[in-house]
Design a protein around this ligand. Structure first.
Ligand code: C2O
Ligand code: CU
Ligand code: CU
Length: 510
């Protein structure tokens, strides 16, 4: 089905107000519900699941060090709107609809982190084996940045997020406020996802891999899924009318599998000021922005010399792209609104200081392989270090320890690797000979280690780990002990079975 591009205005996602404020901070209630929403002028309303009956969910906007509580209420029906594979992760033995919300990039205690097995059902009638609660504490003791909340239920994350369970969470601080960045109507969060639709406007998500082997369970999880339409802030290929001035865009890739290579057809650069974990040291002027699932970028675009133009935010699909593929465009900016006042905002060159973690004492180095295997039905099964979710915990950093994790990617594609609780720094990437590895398991490097891209040299919680390379990150595991997870953020991979537990342990307990 074809849909006309750039016919719907970009929705601006609203923020949610707390129910009450007390000595412990602000208290929010957010409901997960089924509802319909019009995602394009020519598309019938789409049945979705979302937070507070909207997609994306309402933005939570807080100040650093102001703690909040959120009660995440599951008010969803008992049947899923997408094909649930009952053959993985004991899904058949659990209620079909289960949710647990994770605030991605946040520093929170384990009970509030959204452990995949800490799921619960409507009315909190049935709960998973972990942490029986639906009220979460977010201390917000971390740098200003754009985080995002999304569902993380065991074996269902890809479906729950695809159904619409995503929202943004902004932390602000004084340091950032002092920078005189574009703000108010000129600071616009953008959530980019890809989706496909059936003729009746409902979401399309495959029941089976494209050419299923015989006797696969039905439905069966697919190893990847790319939607054929791009949605920004809940509209398919929207347009946004802007003034000829500077804007700050806070971009989140909340897609299941799709990575983006963003550029502007006006040839103008992005001025990137922040990455996943907040401001970078210096502004980076960049023409093409690579964004894997779950990554965020904070950029300034300057339209002041583009009055009267229409500018398309492009997505480079590479040289082998199918000419029919329409996902090479994301949205359009119409520089058509008269200037409402002089643009006083600036693009600072120096932003903050980031102490390099590599100067810390290193307590542990972990070599972690990203690899592919097959399951009993012959379906692809992706693993971390050859272990499944249910294998005993092997990553047990000590509280306060600095560790280096090397992601050794012996599969044929990039995996966006994410670790809960912490923000890390990327050390380097180094290529090795994958054929040789496949022959006899030896790692033979084919080149030098290269530093991360200039716009990756800040705080990150998700990193692109490309095929046939070792990607090294360094992190300090603090300030909480307990059970967390690390995983690939391609949601089809995370669900099967590229996710592992991680326990931060108190050295006193050893
Ligand atoms: Cu964005 Cu473990 O998640
Ligand atoms: Cu996370
Ligand atoms: Cu992956």
């Amino acid at each position: 089905m074809k849909l006309r591009k750039f016919v719907d205005p970009l929705p601006i996602v609203d923020t949610v107000e707390p129910q009450q404020k007390n000595s412990k901070g602000a208290y929010y209630e957010v409901q997960m519900e089924e509802f319909t929403q019009k995602l394009h002028r020519d598309l019938r309303p789409t049945r979705l699941w979302g937070y507070n009956r909207q997609f994306p969910g309402p933005t939570i906007d807080v100040n650093r060090d102001d703690p909040i509580q959120v009660k995440w209420i599951n008010n969803l029906p008992a049947k899923h709107i997408l094909p649930v594979d009952r053959s993985i992760h004991n899904v058949a033995h659990h209620p079909e609809v289960r949710t647990v919300t994770h605030l991605h990039g946040s520093v929170t205690r384990p009970e509030s982190d959204g452990y995949p097995e800490a799921w619960y059902t409507k009315g909190f009638k049935e709960v998973g084996p972990f942490f029986e609660r639906e009220r979460y504490d977010y201390p917000n003791k971390q740098r200003a940045t754009l985080l995002w909340y999304h569902d993380h239920a065991m074996g269902l994350t890809r479906l729950n997020v695809y159904a619409g369970l995503v929202g943004m969470y902004i932390i602000r601080d004084e340091q950032e406020k002092a920078l005189n960045l574009p703000k108010g109507n000129f600071e616009i969060p953008l959530v980019i996802v890809d989706r496909s639709f059936n003729e009746d406007g409902s979401l399309f998500y495959p029941r089976q891999p494209d050419d299923p082997a015989d006797d696969l369970p039905d439905p069966s999880i697919v190893p990847a899924f790319l939607g054929d339409k791009i949605i920004v802030n809940g509209k398919v290929w929207p347009y946004f009318e802007v003034e000829p001035r500077k804007y700050r865009f806070r971009i989140l890739n909340a897609s299941n599998t799709r990575g983006y290579q963003l550029s502007l057809d006006s040839g103008q650069p992005f001025y990137q000021i922040g990455s996943d974990g907040g401001l970078m040291q210096k502004t980076v002027k960049i023409n093409k922005l690579a964004m894997e699932p779950a990554e965020r970028v904070d950029v300034i675009l300057d339209f002041s010399n583009h009055d009267g133009e229409t500018i398309i935010l492009k997505n480079d699909l590479g040289p082998d792209a199918d000419p029919e593929d329409e996902t090479d465009e994301v949205m359009q900016f119409d520089v058509s609104v008269p200037l409402s006042g002089k643009d006083q905002s600036t693009i600072p060159r120096i932003l903050t200081r980031i102490p390099p973690l590599k100067e810390n004492n290193i307590t542990a180095m972990r070599n972690l392989k990203l690899l592919g295997s097959t399951d009993e039905y012959g379906r692809p099964l992706l693993l971390l270090d050859n272990k499944k979710w249910t294998d005993p915990v092997t990553e047990k950093p000590q509280l306060g320890a600095t560790e280096i994790w090397s992601f050794i990617n012996i599969t044929g594609f990039t995996h966006p690797m994410h670790i809960h609780l912490i923000q890390f720094q990327i050390l380097d990437r180094r290529p090795f000979d994958l054929d040789l590895y496949n022959e006899d398991g030896r790692i033979v490097f084919t080149g030098k280690a290269t530093s991360p891209e200039p716009n990756e040299q800040g705080w990150k919680d998700t990193v692109a780990a490309p095929s046939a390379q070792i990607t090294r990150v360094i992190a300090k595991f603090a300030p909480y002990t307990g059970d967390y997870v690390w995983h690939c953020h391609i949601l089809e991979h995370e669900d099967y079975d590229m996710m592992r537990p991680m326990t931060v342990i108190d050295p006193e307990d050893l």
